[in-house]
Design a protein around this ligand. Structure first.
Ligand code: ARG
Length: 565
C-alpha cells in the first residue's frame, strides 16, 4: 500500500523528490479520522520556497483519483491526508495471504547477499549470563528477519574460550580445586573458584602473575594447561547446549576465539608488513590517534595475544570464507570502543570492507539498577529463569485448561516465549531491569498474550463450517469500523518486516504484533464472526490471516505459537 502511495506521489511531484525521501517523510497520523497515511509538505515547501499549506492543497488535488489504492485525499494545513480504499486493501491483503501463507511479508532485496552474524558468544567456565541471553535472542530474531528479506544469514557462535581469564582459572584450580567437586557441578564450582581467585588476588598481587604465567603456558601449548582447558570447555558446551535447545537456537558455525587464536601469527605478520605495528613498553600496539581512538593492543609484553588480535583474525577469516555483504556483531554496548578499534585497524591494514562490520549494540541487564558481575558472584542463572517461567506456565495451564493435550510442550513454548519476548519488546539499546515478575507476566504486552490470541483465532477457525474460499470480499457497513484497523495492521506486516530488518530492530516487529493482537481482540468482541450471512467468508478469511501473521511474526522472533492453549 505504502509503496503505491510513494509511487503515486513520486509521479504527481514530477519526480522532484526521490522515492526514498517520500518514503521517509510519509507518516501515520495520530488519529484515525485524519487518514491512514499523511504526507507533510514542509520538506517540499523548503525546496520550492513555497507555502506548505498551498502546496498541500495543490498536491491533494493532483492526487485525487490518480492512484487506485487511494480513496479520498484531504489537505489539512501543511498535510496531505490520505485515506485508503478499504475494500481494495482488504481484497489484496487477504488474497496475498491465501496465496503466500507464511511467505506473506517476505522481500527479495537481500537475495544473493550473505550476512555473517556473531551472536550469543558466551564465555566458557562461566554461567551463561543474561547479557548473552540478550545477544542470543535479539541476534536470532534479527537473523530471522534478515532471512525473510532474502539474505543468506550465517550465525556464528564465537565462543569466548581463550584469554587471560583461563590462566587465572587454571591457577585457581591448581591451588584450590578438587576434581570430584568440579565434576559434580562443573560450571558453578568453576565459578566459585574464579570468584575466590579474584577475592584472594585483591590481597595477593602474586596471584595475578601466576594467572598470567598459566595463560602463557596455555598459549605455548603446555600439556597440563591444555588438558584442563579442554575439560572446562567441554563441560561448558554441554551446559550451553541445554540452553540453546530450550531457546530453539542453532548456529551455522562455532569457530571460537581459540580457533582464531591459531591464525593470529599471520595477522601480526600482516600488521608488521603494513608498518602499522609499534612497540610500546614492550607491547605491540597499533596507534589510532588519527582516528581519535586509544591504541589497539595486539600483543602483550609477554607475547600473549588479546581479544582484539583474535577478533582481527576472525573478521578476516569470515571475509575470506563467506565474502560477506555485512558482518554483524550482536554485542553489548560496553564493547563499542572495541569494535571501533577493530574497524580502524582493519582499514589501516588496507581492507576496504572494514566498514561492512556493523556492531549491533544492546543495553545491559541490570539488577537493582546495577550491573550484574560474574566476578563478584552477582549473577542470575539463566537456566533457573527459564525453568521458573516454564513452571509458571504449567501452573497457568493447570488452572485454566487442565485437559489440554501436550501440556508439557505448551508450557515450555509459553514459558520460554515469555522470556524471549520480554527481552525483545523494548528497543535493544535501552538497559533492562531484571525482574522475575516482569519476565513472567502473562498479560499485557507479552508473548503469552500473543500466543493466546493466536490460539483463540485458531479455535474460531476450528469451529467454522467449511465454506469455499472467495476472492471478492465485502462487509456490511457497520462492521468496517471494527474491521478496518485490523485489515490495516495485517496489510502493514511486509513494511514492518522491512523496517525491522533495515534497522536491525526486532522490537518493531514485537510492538507491531501486540497492536495486531489488540486489533483482533477488538474485532472479536465487536463482530459476530460466525454469523452465517453473506459476509462470513470474509470474516473467516480475516481470522485466518491473523493466525498466519501472528504465527509467522512470533516465529521470526524465535517464539513458537501453539495451536491450542
Ligand atoms: N565472549 C564475548 C563476551 O562475552 C563476546 C564476544 C563477541 N564477539 C566478538 N567477535 N567479539 O564479552
Amino acid at each position: 500500500m505504502k509503496n503505491e502511495v510513494v509511487q503515486g506521489l513520486y509521479e504527481v511531484l514530477d519526480y522532484r523528490l526521490s522515492q526514498e525521501t517520500i518514503e521517509t517523510v510519509l507518516e501515520t497520523p495520530k488519529y484515525e479520522h485524519l487518514g491512514d497515511i499523511a504526507f507533510p509538505c514542509f520538506e517540499l515547501a523548503r525546496i520550492n520556497r513555497k507555502n506548505p499549506k498551498l502546496l498541500a492543497e495543490e498536491l491533494a488535488e493532483k492526487l485525487r483519483g490518480s492512484v487506485p489504492i487511494i480513496n479520498t485525499v484531504e489537505a489539512i494545513g501543511p498535510y496531505v491526508n490520505i485515506f485508503y480504499n478499504k475494500k481494495l486493501v482488504m481484497e489484496r491483503t487477504l488474497s496475498a495471504i491465501q496465496v503466500g501463507e507464511n511467505h506473506y511479508g517476505a522481500h527479495e532485496f537481500g537475495e544473493g547477499k550473505t550476512i555473517t552474524m556473531d551472536l550469543s558468544s558466551p564465555n566458557i567456565a562461566k554461567p551463561f549470563s543474561m547479557g548473552h541471553l540478550r545477544s542470543t535472542v535479539i541476534g536470532n530474531a534479527i537473523g530471522n528477519v534478515l532471512e525473510k528479506c532474502g539474505y543468506d544469514v550465517v550465525r556464528i557462535n564465537y565462543l569466548g574460550d581463550w584469554g587471560t581469564q583461563f590462566g587465572k582459572l587454571i591457577a585457581a584450580y591448581t591451588l584450590w580445586g578438587n576434581e570430584v567437586t568440579v565434576r559434580s557441578n562443573p560450571i558453578q564450582e568453576l565459578l566459585k573458584l574464579y570468584i575466590f581467585f579474584h577475592e584472594q588476588a585483591e590481597q595477593d598481587q602474586k596471584l595475578e602473575d601466576l594467572g598470567r604465567e598459566w595463560f602463557k603456558k596455555l598459549e605455548d601449548g603446555d600439556v597440563y594447561a591444555t588438558k584442563l582447558w579442554k575439560w572446562f570447555r567441554e563441560e561448558s558446551l554441554k551446559e550451553f547446549q541445554t540452553i540453546y535447545n530450550l531457546l530453539g537456537v542453532t548456529f551455522d558455525s562455532d569457530k571460537s576465539e581459540a580457533y582464531h587464536h591459531d591464525q593470529t601469527p599471520e595477522v601480526v605478520e600482516q600488521l608488521k608488513e603494513k608498518g602499522v605495528l609499534q612497540t610500546s613498553q614492550g607491547a605491540q600496539v597499533v596507534p589510532l590517534e588519527a582516528e581519535g581512538l586509544p591504541p589497539a593492543l595486539i600483543k602483550k609484553s609477554d607475547g600473549t595475544t588479546l581479544y582484539t588480535t583474535r577478533d582481527l583474525a576472525a573478521a578476516i577469516d569470515r571475509k575470506n570464507v563467506y565474502n560477506f555483504y555485512q558482518s554483524l556483531y550482536v554485542v553489548g554496548h560496553e564493547q563499542s570502543l572495541h569494535f571501533d578499534q577493530l574497524r580502524a585497524v582493519l582499514s589501516k591494514m588496507g581492507y576496504d570492507w572494514a566498514d561492512q562490520l556493523v556492531h549491533i549494540p544492546f543495553g545491559m541487564m541490570l539488577q537493582d539498577g546495577k550491573k550484574m558481575s560474574t566476578r563478584k558472584g552477582k549473577v542470575v542463572f539463566l537456566q533457573d529463569v527459564l525453568q521458573k517461567a516454564i513452571d509458571v506456565a504449567k501452573q497457568n495451564i493447570e488452572e485454566k485448561n487442565a485437559t489440554l493435550e501436550k501440556k508439557e510442550e505448551v508450557a515450555k513454548q509459553v514459558g520460554v516465549g515469555a522470556v524471549i519476548f520480554h527481552d525483545i519488546k523494548n528497543d535493544r539499546r535501552n538497559d533492562v531491569d531484571f525482574s522475575y515478575e516482569e519476565m513472567l507476566r502473562f498479560d499485557g504486552e507479552t508473548a503469552p498474550y500473543l500466543q493466546y490470541t493466536h490460539a483463540r483465532a485458531k479455535s474460531i477457525l476450528g469451529k467454522a463450517p467449511n465454506i469455499s474460499k472467495k476472492n471478492h470480499y465485502d462487509l456490511p457497513e457497520q462492521e468496517w469500523e471494527a474491521v478496518w484497523p485490523l485489515v490495516k495492521h495485517i496489510a502493514m506486516f511486509p513494511e514492518v518486516i522491512k523496517a525491522s530488518a533495515q534497522e536491525y530492530n526486532p522490537s518493531k516487529l514485537a510492538k507491531y504484533l501486540v497492536k495486531l493482537a489488540q486489533a483482533f481482540n477488538r474485532f472479536y468482541t465487536k463482530v459476530h464472526i460466525l454469523q452465517e450471512d453473506a459476509y462470513m467468508a470474509a470474516r473467516l478469511e480475516m481470522v485466518h490471516a491473523v493466525t498466519v501473521v501472528l504465527k509467522e511474526g512470533l516465529n521470526l522472533l524465535g517464539i513458537e505459537a501453539p495451536e491450542e492453549m
